[in-house]
Design a protein around this ligand. Structure first.
Ligand SMILES: Cc1cc2nc3c(=O)[nH]c(=O)nc-3n(C[C@H](O)[C@H](O)[C@H](O)COP(=O)(O)OP(=O)(O)OC[C@H]3O[C@@H](n4cnc5c(N)ncnc54)[C@H](O)[C@@H]3O)c2cc1C
Length: 475
């Protein structure tokens, strides 16, 4: 029997199950606390660990040209239980990895049940964990029980834990047409952290604005699910379609205000626009820009169609689309350290969607990392997190530091995100064709993705091999 005292993992979802597996496989005992079936959530239906609450897809399994496919590959390399059980219970889904949800959850439950270093305790942790638990991973997800959420809120402060995400779409910077758009801050104000040219501005004529409002009012919206019906609209983050319903001019006096901005591509009166959509830098790398104030419940297809009518965004590629959901998550870049520990109480580490990643795979990936980090700490040989040019490192970096708060940041500036190529450091050199010439269009986009995933594979292999070397040396 191990003499090490256990690490406690709260929440047996995607992240908590993976974290518990990684801890136990490192030789450290772990107690996994799952409140179901003693207490349920509004979305889970079973008492199985790692229950998939909605779709049964882990999305693309293409590790060469897709960021989540790359994340799959990295997780497999690191002995992920979620990926092992996903692969073993795959159902046909083209290039995606989709799973039989019941068989998948049963396989995860069985593997953890059978592990000699894992104890599963059913019951809610209804407040801060007892002081004698010196290493805890909180992986309670977007539907964290209210009692625990309240305790976390007390610890982090009101602006550091959100209960809803009101998400504005995020666009890849290199897909914005800068022959139409331009950089400028309203009235050229530099503010405390800006330069006076911090925003990308997309100009609209009166006709374009009117057509946009019509499209917005007519566009298909997603409806709130039963348990989301009481979602309150917060001042300052009203969906744009709700604003448009209040009057045709409302948006022009809100997020599409044209004042204090002059279009350098035009001269005379044409340099003043009837309405302007602004985008603000969203990550420290400068690869992603969010559409300021554009949270919406338009369906994803309708968003792409409508937002590509905005001048400058005709070919926009979206890193994520807008939405409004119930979701409990931390303002992680402020409250967590690079090893996912709460700065205010480092015995508490966070993993999964509560840290501000989104999706089954991303949540499991952050569980994997949190488990390894906690186990290494317990074994007395702290782990260096993976580098930012791996998918794991890019996601970790988004959560713990990559997102930037710009000049007029609001308390809800940090938004959950799926893994995507915009989170990776840019390439130092643009990939060239076999003939040594510059690539264009789709060929360029594919070559860029392949160059990023090739770089990531080497970086992950080096990092993983170093961990294994370290472990062998310690044994
Ligand atoms: C309605 C809904 C639909 C979604 N659809 C998708 C989708 O289609 N695809 C996708 O990729 N992602 C989807 N997501 C996001 C998805 O929830 C996450 O990606 C993923 O499940 C999060 O993993 P997690 O481990 O962080 O949380 P979860 O998987 O939710 O696990 C958290 C666990 O903690 C337990 N728990 C909570 N509080 C306590 C407590 N106090 N004590 C003990 N246990 C506790 C819960 O019972 C749960 O088992 C959806 C989310 C919601 C809410």
């Amino acid at each position: 029997m191990s003499k090490l005292s256990p690490i406690h993992v709260i929440g047996g979802g995607l992240a908590g199950s993976e974290a518990a597996w990684q801890i136990a496989n490192a030789g450290v005992p772990v107690v996994l606390h799952e409140m179901r079936p003693v207490r349920g959530t509004d979305a889970h239906k079973t008492d199985g660990l790692a229950e998939l609450v909605c779709s049964n897809s882990f999305r693309s399994d293409d590790a060469r040209t897709n960021a989540v496919g790359l994340l799959h590959a990295e997780m497999r390399r690191l002995g992920s239980l979620v990926m092992r059980c996903g692969d073993a219970n795959q159902v046909p889904a083209g290039g995606a990895l989709a799973v039989d949800r019941d068989a998948f959850s049963a396989a995860v439950t069985q593997a953890l049940d059978a592990h000699p270093l894992v104890t599963i305790e059913r019951g809610e942790i209804a407040g801060l964990p007892p002081a004698e638990w010196d290493s805890v991973i909180v992986a309670t997800g977007p539907l964290t029980s209210p009692a625990l959420a309240e305790a976390i809120l007390q610890l982090t402060g009101e602006t550091s834990l959100a209960f809803f995400d009101a998400i504005a779409p995020i666009v890849h910077r290199d897909s914005i047409d800068m022959d139409v758009a331009w950089f400028q801050s309203r009235y050229d104000k530099a503010g405390p952290g800006g330069t006076g040219a911090d925003y990308i501005n997309c100009p609209m004529t009166r006709e374009q604005y009117e057509a946009f409002v019509d499209g917005l009012l007519a566009g298909e919206k997603t409806s709130f699910k039963g348990w989301e019906l009481n979602t309150p609209y917060f001042d300052g983050c009203l969906p744009i379609e709700v604003m448009a319903e209040r009057g045709r001019e409302t948006l022009r006096h809100g997020p599409m205000k044209p004042f204090g901005l002059t279009n350098p591509h035009k001269e005379g009166p044409a340099a003043k626009s009837y309405a302007i959509v602004q985008l603000r830098q969203d990550n420290a790398l400068g690869t992603l820009y969010n559409m300021v104030g554009f949270q919406t419940k338009l369906k994803h297809g309708a968003q792409v169609e409508l937002f590509r009518t905005i001048p400058g965004l005709e070919n926009a590629e979206f890193a994520r689309l807008g939405g409004l959901h119930r979701n409990t998550y931390l303002n992680s870049p402020v409250v967590l350290d690079p090893a996912l520990r709460l700065k205010a109480q480092p015995r508490l580490r966070f993993a999964g969607q509560i840290t501000g990643c989104e999706g089954y795979v991303e949540s499991a990936a952050m569980g994997l990392l949190a488990g390894r980090l906690a186990a290494a700490e317990r074994l007395g040989s702290p782990l260096t997190p993976p580098p930012a040019d791996t998918a794991m490192g890019a996601l970790l970096n988004h959560i713990t530091g990559g997102h930037i708060a710009t000049i007029d940041e609001g308390p809800r500036s940090f938004q959950p995100m799926n893994v995507n190529f915009g989170l990776f450091p840019p390439l130092t050199e643009a990939p060239k064709g076999e003939d040594g010439k510059k690539l264009k269009g789709t060929a360029k986009a594919i070559a860029r993705k392949m160059a990023i995933t090739d770089r990531a594979r080497v970086a992950m292999e080096t990092w993983a091999a170093a961990q294994e070397g370290g472990r062998v040396a310690a044994e």
